[in-house]
Ligand binder design. Structure first.
Ligand SMILES: NC(=O)c1ccc[n+]([C@@H]2O[C@H](COP(=O)([O-])OP(=O)(O)OC[C@H]3O[C@@H](n4cnc5c(N)ncnc54)[C@H](O)[C@@H]3O)[C@@H](O)[C@H]2O)c1
Length: 416
């Protein structure tokens, strides 16, 4: 099954020639337009229309239907509708909610082809089928796309144990990590371990609302061993406005996506303090340095070159300029730290979830378990501000806490 799928993929993606440098692939090129997808499906009944051989192509389930989950479904649906290597229908699992008008969210998505709560005004593609039943959504899929807030993944995986197709592959678009007794656990590893399947990651400078209106951007797929699988994911997501590269550094890619949310909190605090662009750039530079040092201390396999991919410096920049973590942290600083992040998240994000505060806590747990706080003053300070141990102004008062050992590659001694 898998070999016939891969041969088809290989012959349809001749531009993906191997390069010998650390950045392994040119972005996936797209000659055709991605617009005008028009594939009739049955709106919820599980159409097999367009199927050639059940065994020969990728059948996709998107697990999650928030802001990014909905955009991911749109990207995937445009490719699934036109490439014979993918089944037309894309199942999207919806964590069911009742809307203010009394209708179920999944029903409304199937009626209107829009996610009116998390991505209003954007057509997802008529081949997207919203499904509130998790087991049903995944039962025929051999390509599982995980895209929920990270705090829900473990519970979702528990429900999926023994329920997924043999030979299925997964990819995680989720930013965050879990801290267990035995140490930190990346979300892709959690999925792999719990479900016994391979799991790649896709991260990048990807503010969902901008990709939803087809503004050009890039993303990075990180893989562990199987490059063909990574290329298949790149083909599933890549469009003329969404260029996807692949790199063999799953931990590096995932840690970039995870840790930049902590730096974005710092950037938002700086904005809330009206500190200006120089300060914000300094925070971003220090943050990037801590991201790299932390990643390499946890996983020696992490590559420096990964930080120059979309998942690295590009995602850091976009998140510090425009993301939700920045926005809520700015409001927190403007309140002088008097309003809680939970309260501001509920008020400003209307159901969307903040990742930076919980990630800062998870990172802090790793730092304190390993005695590394002194090496990571920015990460440490962000957490201590988030939990009210320090005022927001502490974000620019930590020069006296600068790391005093050279274990952090790229550490610059400041003189003043
Ligand atoms: N939004 C972006 O711009 C963006 C971009 C890149 C990556 N991401 C990452 O994608 C992941 C998903 O984010 P999103 O933007 O799609 O979601 P979101 O924050 O917009 O929405 C929250 C989602 O969680 C669901 N949910 C609420 N309670 C739940 C529960 N108990 N169990 C399961 N699901 C529940 C909601 O139904 C909703 O679909 C996150 O890890 C995020 O960091 C987001």
């Amino acid at each position: 099954m898998v070999s016939s799928f891969f041969s088809l993929f290989t012959c349809m993606a001749p531009a993906m020639e191997e390069r010998r440098d650390a950045i392994e692939e040119a972005p996936v090129p797209r000659a055709e337009s991605d617009r005008g997808v028009s594939v009739a499906v049955d709106g919820g009944g599980g159409s097999d229309r367009g199927a050639t051989s059940e065994q020969s192509y990728g059948r996709v389930a998107v697990i999650g239907s928030g802001n990014w989950g909905s955009v991911a479904a749109k990207l995937i649906a445009s490719n699934a509708a036109k490439h014979p290597m993918f089944h037309d229908e894309v199942r999207m699992w919806v964590y069911e909610e009742t809307l203010p008008n009394g209708e179920k969210l999944s029903h409304t998505i199937n009626q209107t082809n829009e996610n009116c709560k998390y991505l209003p005004g954007i057509k997802l593609g008529v081949n997207v089928v919203a499904d509130p039943d998790l087991e049903n959504a995944v039962k025929e899929a051999n390509m599982l796309v995980f895209v929920t807030p990270h705090q829900f993944v473990e519970g979702i995986c528990k429900r999926l144990v023994g329920k997924i197709r043999p030979g299925a592959e997964a990819i995680s678009l989720i930013k965050g990590m879990e801290v267990k007794m035995e140490g930190p656990c990346m979300i892709s590893k959690l999925i792999s371990d719990m479900l016994g399947i391979n799991c790649c990651v896709l991260m990048g400078a990807n503010i969902a609302n901008e990709i939803a209106v087809e503004k050009f951007s890039e993303a990075t797929v990180g893989y562990r061993q199987d490059k063909e699988v990574a290329q298949r994911w790149a083909r599933l997501f890549g469009t003329s406005y969404f260029l996807v590269s692949v790199v063999q550094d799953v931990e590096g890619v995932e840690l970039c996506g995870t840790l930049k949310n902590v730096v974005a909190i710092a950037a938002g605090l700086v904005d809330g303090l009206d500190m200006g662009n120089n300060t914000k750039a300094a925070i971003m530079r220090i943050g990037l340095r801590e991201m790299r040092a932390f990643s390499k201390l946890l996983f020696s396999s992490v590559r420096d070159s990964t930080f120059f991919e979309s998942c690295g410096v590009a995602d850091l920049i976009t998140t510090c300029l425009g993301g939700r973590n920045r926005r809520v942290a700015e409001a927190f600083a403007r309140s002088g730290g008097k309003r809680s992040f939970d309260e501001l998240e509920a008020e400003l994000l209307q159901g969307q979830k903040l990742q930076g505060v919980s990630t800062a806590k998870e990172v802090y747990e790793v730092l304190s378990n390993r005695g590394w706080q002194g090496l990571f003053p920015l990460f440490t300070t962000v957490h201590e501000i988030c939990v009210g141990e320090l005022p927001p102004t502490a974000i620019v008062e930590y020069s006296e806490h600068s790391p005093n050992v050279s274990i952090m590659e790229g550490f610059t001694q400041h003189y003043y």
